[in-house]
Design a protein around this ligand. Sequence first.
Ligand code: HEC
Length: 167
Amino acid sequence: MTKPMWALLAGSAFFISVIQAQAPVPPATLNQLMRGTLYPESNVVFAAQDVNPADVPRAKDPNMATDLLTSSFGKWEAVENSALAIAEVATLLTVPGRKCANGVDVPVQNADWIRFAGQMRDAGMAAYAAAQAKNQDKIIDTTDLLAKACQSCHSRYRDRRGGERCK
Ligand code: HEC
């Protein structure tokens, strides 16, 4: 084989390994993703049903606050950002290669899974608009949508006996 031929082969092998490195296995199981992202984010949005975020006082040290509503990016801005985060996580729910806690692949190939994730994205975007408008009545409409989006998927894929989750 001529020298340029070798160089070409070595080059394409390198290229292929770079492509593979771009699709790493998602770090979290689905359960960890839910607990680490959607659970805290939706609590911030749901809190705005009962408490006007504008009235939530800043924490003593807002930069260190673990309650986002009292943080440096608090009040209605915290609701905006959490609603957007929910919409963003909808995409993470459709990434292939993630496992559920029981070792079953997240069923991203199922049409209803993709639809449930899409409903959650839409509910997140509706909550974002309501937070931008600083409108508690609108927030209450959108938290209905959001709760339904979580529940539809949970009753189909989560709230089933033992090994049946995610199937
Ligand atoms: C597309 C489907 C889907 C959507 C949408 C969804 N979830 Fe989940 N969720 C699941 C599944 C499936 C599990 C179980 C995961 C596992 O066992 O690995 C789960 C687990 C959880 C858990 C962990 C429960 C436990 O027992 O530890 C929480 C908390 C959670 N979801 C919150 C939410 C919230 C809040 C929303 C809406 C903002 C939401 N989820 C939207 C499918 C979904």
